[in-house]
Design a protein around this ligand. Structure first.
Ligand code: XUL
Ligand code: CO
Length: 433
């Protein structure tokens, strides 16, 4: 045991009337919601990078957090792992996620990086065995080190492509070794700063080829998890090729991968793309590529990726409504890709940020389940489209313009507008909160 979280109790469900900050008011892992235990529905996961690697910097200032494991030795990497697994236990969170660079110090070469990653992930394996904690997904950080400044797969330098491919391989191996349920690709540098120096067609083709190699390698090693892409429109680049779910779907189609790759959708990235979270989730559901979520909250004014802990239950309800409509998570889960504000220095802040986020997710899930079970919203939507279920609707889609024109003329068809009832439905939705 480390003493980092000294004095902080294991967090338990105490119900809405609990008198302490260190308790769940809504998240009750064994409670059944929509036919499934809440823990199995939500599949919470902690993001190693934000909680244990991020120093609290912003564009105007550096480190604000002082953590006993900050530094670049393997001994400190182990201490970081000790504290991480203690936090997973305190919170009762079943999963975690990591990038290679979060968990091991940067080495002087690819071989040294690989050796360090293997050493620390062996240590993770022991801890997972001892605690029952699981890996939701692994990923490679192909954006922080300066070698990736012009991209990973999309780099103009083939050697950078090679280094990236090799790093992805080792991270997929580590994910497989730890029984990871997904492997994530987020292309932070896969885009451009200026079109003046960019061959967009070439870069897009390189990105597609790398993706095919990832899928081939998954099958080669027999990795049973899902390959997930995490769309984001910009930041750090001016424009990223994985802009949003619809854009990524176009890429997948182009490279023959639409049956192989699914989406990891992040709230903050949806907002940056000018969408709502539920829009991105609905697009993925309709296209059959929904996978997992990175749960957080973006500030609606700031224009950058603020990665705050989620707390807006009315919005989260609409997100989980889409997750439930997609059939719920299979390999995916709710990963808190969220970081403290840089003044939140205390170990208790880190715990309570997750407690509040987990509770807000649980409240959102429960409201979404009530809404779906009640069926009034579904009925209103079905009624709006009922015409398409009748013989005319079906025949129309099989017809052609001249036949339709003749029919409209002969029958004197002249559509009568009907109310979309938006406010009425908005009122209905609020009743489930
Ligand atoms: C960046 C982001 C990443 C990915 C994993 O905005 O969301 O942390 O989730 O690389
Ligand atoms: Co993310």
């Amino acid at each position: 045991m480390t003493d980092f979280f000294k004095g902080i109790p294991a967090i338990r469900y105490e119900g809405p009337d609990s008198g302490t900050d260190f308790a769940f008011r809504h998240y009750s892992p064994d409670e059944v919601v929509a036919g499934r235990r809440m823990e199995d529905h939500l599949r919470f996961s902690i993001a190693y990078w934000h909680s244990f690697a991020w120093p609290g910097g912003d564009p105007f200032g550096g480190q604000t957090f002082e953590r006993p494991w900050f530094g670049d030795t393997m001994a400190l990497a182990r201490l970081k792992a000790d504290v991480a697994f203690e936090m997973f236990e305190i919170l009762g969170v079943p999963y975690y996620c990591f990038h290679d660079a979060d968990v091991r110090p940067e080495g002087g070469s690819f071989a040294e990086n690989t050796a360090r990653l293997n050493e620390i992930t062996d240590y993770f394996a022991e801890k997972m065995q001892a605690t029952g904690k699981k890996l939701l997904w692994g990923t490679a950080n192909l954006f922080s080190h300066r070698r990736f400044m012009a991209g990973a797969a999309t780099n103009p330098d083939p050697e950078a492509f090679a280094f990236s491919a090799a790093t992805i391989k080792t991270c997929m191996d580590a994910t497989m070794k730890l029984g990871g349920e997904n492997y994530v690709l987020w292309g932070g540098r896969e885009g451009y700063e200026t079109l003046l120096n960019t061959d967009m067609g070439r870069e897009r083709a390189q990105a597609g080829r790398m993706l095919q190699m990832v899928v081939d390698y998954k099958h080669k090693i027999g990795f049973k998890g899902a390959i997930l892409i995490e769309p984001k429109p910009q930041e750090p680049t001016k424009h990223q090729y994985d802009y949003d779910v619809a854009t990524v779907y176009g890429l997948l189609k182009d490279f023959g991968l639409e049956g192989e790759v699914r989406m990891n959708i992040e709230q903050g990235h949806a907002i940056l793309a000018g969408h709502s979270f539920e829009h991105e989730l609905a697009v993925a559901r309709e296209l059959g590529i929904f996978g997992s979520i990175d749960m957080n909250r973006n500030d609606y004014q700031s224009g950058w990726d603020t990665d705050q802990f989620p707390n807006n239950v009315p919005e989260m309800m609409l997100a989980y409504y889409e997750v439930l409509r997609a059939g719920g998570f299979t390999t995916g889960g709710t990963n808190f890709d969220a970081k403290l504000r840089r003044q939140s220095l205390d170990p208790a802040d880190l715990i309570l940020a997750h407690v509040g986020a987990m509770d807000a997710c649980a409240a959102g899930l429960k409201a979404a389940a009530r809404m779906l079970e009640d069926g009034k919203l579904e009925a209103a939507r079905a009624e709006r489209y009922a015409g398409w279920d009748g013989p005319r609707g079906k025949a129309l889609l099989a017809s052609d313009l001249s036949a339709i024109a003749a029919m409209v003329e002969k029958e004197g068809i002249n559509p009568e507008p009907r109310s979309g009832r938006q406010e009425r439905l908005e009122n209905l939705v609020n009743r489930y909160l």
